[in-house]
Design a protein around this ligand. Structure first.
Ligand code: KIV
Ligand code: ZN
Length: 504
């Protein structure tokens, strides 16, 4: 029988702490639920001691998640471990994940500690964490640049102190597949009590080797693989969950390893993350990129039409890409819409379904064919929306290449209508300036992007606006067949998120 591999997802911790990927509480909860739909074994929900916001999100995720283990990161310090436990103790399966650096360079310049002090602190803090919780993971930060003898010693001692998982991070993405394979084998052979713990690996992608290193470690005997959706994470990111999982599945003949990920939920997880963070994956990204299953060349298309396996090593359906091309339109009823939403893998409450159906009807009035991607865009937008303090009532734009663009914006705020006019460098700039006058928040526009949801002239524009307020980025999203309207919606969504968070 194939050896079982556990998937540890750190999108909400290592991924979330990378620039441009921060999420608010609701978004983290939404993402955690999708990770549970994916059936990941462990969700690292955050670093509880990092901030009150992190603490709250770890605690709320711990309360909601039932199947997956929920972990919080903690330095090897009592106060960090106390906070981690306070937050994860609500989980059905809680875990404390504590770490300290073990490489000479980190011990000398970052920790300013001697190896014996690091060893002592690691053992004491694992023992301390164990007084709270059975499931303890210990990470030797910068393991791949650490002295292997020291690694063997510290792992053996922390297992004696109660660690149930020992993690070998390639913190700076420095190792190579063969070297990492050998390191994992060394740990397996030389750590005397290793049979009492799982070996985990955690690879960063600085040399583009994170997935290759992770897979090499799995072959060498690692049984827990740490990764993130879309490979987000510090610097060049972490190993991408979807790539690891699909490699294990597609090349089962070679790896002979088994994991329990529900692969048909991969695409949804990837898109949800992009929607929340506003960070799109590159079109040629393996597994989840827009072109990952597109066959452009005539020879390839011909081959695939005759026999899919000529150029397709995995099916689009296996990662949750729907091949149902039947379009809906303005004559499609509620039942057809509801069926399609279900087929796309969404479970909506009655209220959510009513709202999504209304939006679908509005869209179908403007757009002849409503595709699955349109429906997914509507439904997933709804899942991360916040209450609307400001809502668009009407807008009028005057623009051209020989005149200054002006925008009149009328917003609804608590049954009142407020109108402002502004000029700008083009219609979008004018519209944003008019909104700024109404909402009067001290924000700066950090990013603005517009993508079409599907092909075709009547495609919906999916606008992303990133506003910065007090050093925090708020991502707003708007959908419409009119690109000015989608941009206004996206701006207002970001404004409403700022106000929602201020209220919480
Ligand atoms: O990259 C790293 O070393 C980490 C540890 C804290 C596991 O993220
Ligand atoms: Zn990391």
């Amino acid at each position: 029988m194939s050896r079982q591999i556990k998937i540890f997802d750190t999108t909400l911790r290592d991924g979330e702490q990378s620039p441009g990927c921060s999420m608010n509480l609701r978004e983290k909860i939404q993402m955690a639920k999708q990770l549970e739909n994916l059936n990941v074994d462990v969700i690292e929900a955050g670093f509880a001691a990092a901030s009150p916001g992190d603490f709250q999100s770890v605690r709320e995720i711990a309360k909601i998640i039932k199947k997956s283990t929920v972990a919080s990161l903690a330095r090897t310090r009592e106060d960090d471990i106390d906070k981690a436990w306070e937050a994860v103790k609500y989980a059905a399966k809680p875990r404390i994940h504590t770490f300290i650096a073990t490489s000479d360079i980190h011990m000398k310049y970052k920790l300013k500690m001697k190896p014996e002090e690091v060893l002592k602190q690691a053992v004491e803090m694992v023992r301390y964490a164990k007084s709270y919780c059975d499931d303890i993971e210990f990470s030797a930060e910068d393991a791949t640049r650490s002295d292997p003898d020291f690694l063997v010693e510290i792992f053996e001692k922390v297992i004696d102190a109660g660690a149930t998982v020992i993690n070998v991070p390639d913190t700076v993405g420095y190792t190579t597949p063969d070297e990492f394979y050998n390191l994992i084998q060394t740990i397996q052979k030389r750590v005397k009590n290793i049979h009492r713990a799982e070996i985990s690996v955690h690879c960063h992608n600085d040399l583009g080797l994170a997935v290759a290193n992770t897979l090499a470690a799995a072959r060498a005997g690692a049984t827990q693989l740490e990764c993130t959706i879309n490979g987000i994470g510090e610097r060049a990111g972490n190993a991408a969950l979807e790539e690891i999982v699909m490699a294990l599945r597609t090349r089962k003949d070679f790896f002979d390893l088994q994991c329990d990920i529900e692969t048909t939920q991969i695409m949804r997880a990837s898109r949800l993350l992009s929607q929340i963070t506003g960070v799109q994956v590159q079109p040629n990204k393996a597994i989840v990129g827009a072109n990952a299953f597109a066959h452009e060349s005539g020879i390839h298309q011909h081959g695939v039409l005759n026999e899919r396996s000529t150029y397709e090593i995995m099916t689009p359906e296996s990662v949750g890409l729907s091949q149902n091309k039947m379009v809906l339109g303005k004559h499609s009823g509620r039942h057809a819409f509801e069926e399609r939403v279900k087929m796309l893998g969404y479970q909506l409450s009655k209220e959510e379904l009513n709202k999504a159906f209304q939006e679908f009807k509005q869209l179908a009035d403007k757009k002849k064919n409503v595709y699955n991607r349109d429906i997914e865009a509507i439904v997933s937008k709804g899942s991360i929306e916040v209450p609307k303090v400001y809502e668009l009532k009407r807008f009028i734009i005057n623009t051209g290449n020989t005149i200054t663009s002006t925008a009149t914006i009328i917003l609804k705020v608590q049954d009142q209508e407020i109108e402002e006019v502004s000029a700008g460098e083009g219609p979008i700039d004018a519209a944003f300036k008019a909104i700024e006058k109404i909402v009067a928040l001290d924000t700066s526009l950090e990013d603005y992007a517009l993508h079409s949801v599907t092909e075709g002239k009547d495609a919906q524009g999916d606008a992303i606006v990133k506003l910065k307020k007090d050093e925090k980025i708020y991502v707003g999203r708007g959908l419409s067949t009119d690109i000015v309207e989608s941009s206004i919606h996206a701006y207002l969504d970001a404004v409403n998120k700022i106000l929602f968070e201020a209220e919480e």
